[in-house]
Design a protein around this ligand. Structure first.
Ligand SMILES: [Zn+2]
Length: 91
């Protein structure tokens, strides 16, 4: 469900806490070639999962298996570490 604001800024929702904001506020995760990647450009095709820059949100999303369910894929340890770093970055 998308809510359009003035200027048509698409609003995304955090998979952890459910906060809604512009996508620049979030980390974007996408699946490409059967692997999960963090979409730094936030412009890659396909469905995305969004997370706040907050390790609590990552924890919550993982507890609810949001990422696995969305993409039907297991999160491996390497990607898990990448995510951990990304949510703790201040970008
Ligand atoms: Zn959040």
């Amino acid at each position: 469900m998308l809510i359009m604001k003035k200027g048509h800024v698409p609003i995304r929702k955090c998979a952890g806490c459910g906060k809604k904001a512009e996508k620049k506020e979030f980390i974007r995760i996408v699946k490409q070639n059967d692997a999960l990647i963090i979409d730094e450009s936030k412009k890659l095709d396909g469905r995305g999962v969004y997370l706040c820059f907050n390790s609590e949100c990552l924890k919550e999303a993982r507890k609810k298996r949001r990422i696995e369910r969305t993409f039907s894929i297991k999160i491996n340890e390497e990607f898990s570490n990448q995510l951990e770093k990304a949510v703790n970055s201040t970008e």
